[in-house]
Design a protein around this ligand. Structure first.
Ligand SMILES: *Cc1c(COP(=O)(O)O)cnc(C)c1O
Length: 423
């Protein structure tokens, strides 16, 4: 605690009122500054998004929707929610947008409840093969309230097999097909999903939580015209505040809005909606496309460098911002959990992840998932990606030897100092 001390002249209100929370905040800031963030679902928001998130908009109740609120004093709430909705519509060319879901999971919940009854059938990607908890895991409301039919990837290609997905749809007649994933590194063919949904008379939802930034920048095909619903988080590649959003066809607008509020939520988080408006404004500018392109370039560089060290990429490579690395290829005795722990000690933050048909448990795993959105935000480029890939290999090759970790750690801190955070 000696490195954190309170100067009564310059102390912030938080520092004075709650030294424990303030201290955790200082330490977390330092952690973010001095670590390399490779968790594919994380990013660093701009100072402007941060300012809106931490603003007095948090004080206001605004249940309802613009011009139809249940509270007085909502003029500026209407303004910011309209801005967020209009910018999102423009960004994704959506017919209708609801910016009130608190997170990606509640966006998915609202869509399911808007178009299904409990017991109806949802067909979605298996969690163990790349799907999300809300795609039917038994631990989630989705797996408890609905009948779930899962699809995965082809055992050989480790990619989606549309013929097999069509076969499963034919066999089970789902009411809703969900496409989208948390751990899938190849392009998703939304048009092919739409053909299957149409053939078997199912509704179609795309969950683009991970790839929303790439979709907004036209660097991944958009699902908008093919789907009844598109849900997303706003904090992954899209680089906004931690939150969610639903886009849908006009005929679903009223059902979706009623399901979000009053169906499953109360007052919207207006400070977060303000931050979403700011982030969507940023995403509409040309430099956002350049940022997304750099994410892809960095993912390619990381992938190539890892390959040069003998790592195998699940699915044969990456078309987007993330890759799933099979550790068995060159480090058969190292589990994903080992990698996660050792790399964190060196200041490289990743998450362990099951690979398709993994023989190891979820707590161990044979894979690690790496993504480039956060390092790209800091301004790192392909040469830094190659360097980091080398460090990852060094640490795993040394089986987490403390001297090897310390050597890499010093270099990680030096690299981070060259690439400050945006705030
Ligand atoms: C991250 C993610 C979500 C949910 O996000 P939360 O904001 O954490 O609820 C939903 N779907 C997919 C595919 C995701 O990757």
């Amino acid at each position: 605690m000696t490195d954190l001390w309170t100067d009564t002249e310059t102390a912030t209100p938080l520092e004075v009122a709650d030294p424990q929370v303030w201290e955790a905040l200082q330490r977390e800031r330092r952690r973010q500054q001095h670590t390399i963030e490779l968790i594919a679902s994380e990013n660093h928001v701009s100072a402007a998004v941060m300012e809106a998130t931490g603003s007095i908009f948090t004080n206001k109740y605004a249940e309802g929707y613009p011009r139809h609120r249940h509270y007085g004093g909502c003029d500026y709430m209407d303004q910011i929610e309209d801005l967020a909705r209009e910018r999102a519509r423009e960004l994704f060319h959506a017919e209708h947008v609801n910016v009130q879901p608190h997170c990606g999971s509640s966006a998915n919940m609202a869509v399911y409840m808007a178009c299904l009854k409990p017991g109806d059938t949802i067909m979605a990607m298996d969690l163990a093969q790349g799907g999300h908890l809300t795609h039917g895991s038994r631990a989630s409301f989705s797996g408890k309230l609905y009948r779930i039919v899962s699809y995965g990837v082809d055992p050989k290609t480790e990619q989606l097999d549309m013929a097999e997905i069509r076969r499963i749809a034919r066999e089970h007649n789902p009411d809703l097909i969900v496409t989208g994933a948390s751990v899938y590194s190849r392009t998703i063919d939304f048009e092919a999903f739409a053909e299957i949904a149409e053939e078997f008379d199912a509704l179609l939802m795309a969950d683009i939580a991970h790839i929303a930034g790439l979709v907004a920048a036209d660097l991944h095909p958009s699902p908008i015209k093919w789907c009844d619903f598109v849900t997303t988080t706003t904090h992954k590649t899209l680089r906004g505040p931690r939150s969610g959003m639903i886009m849908c066809k006009k005929q679903w607008a009223s059902a979706v809005d009623k399901t979000v509020f009053p169906g499953i939520q109360g007052g919207p988080l207006m400070h977060v909606i303000a931050a979403k408006a700011v982030a969507f404004g940023e995403a509409l500018r040309p430099d956002f496309r350049a940022y997304q392109q750099n994410i892809l370039t960095n993912a390619q560089a990381m992938c190539e460098a890892l390959r040069s060290h003998g790592f195998r990429m699940v699915g044969g490579g990456t078309d987007n911002h993330l890759m799933l690395v099979d550790l068995r290829s060159n480090h058969p005795a190292v589990t994903g959990r080992h990698a996660e722990v050792w790399l964190e000690r060196a200041g490289i933050i990743i998450n362990r992840n099951m690979i398709p048909f993994d023989e190891r448990k979820q707590s161990e795993t044979s894979g690690i998932r790496l993504g480039t959105p956060a390092t790209t935000t800091r301004g790192m480029g392909p040469s830094e990606m190659a360097t980091i890939a080398g460090w990852i290999n060094d640490i795993l090759s040394a089986h987490g030897n403390p001297i090897a970790i310390e050597q890499v750690h010093q270099q990680v801190v030096a690299l981070c100092d060259q690439f400050p955070l945006p705030h």
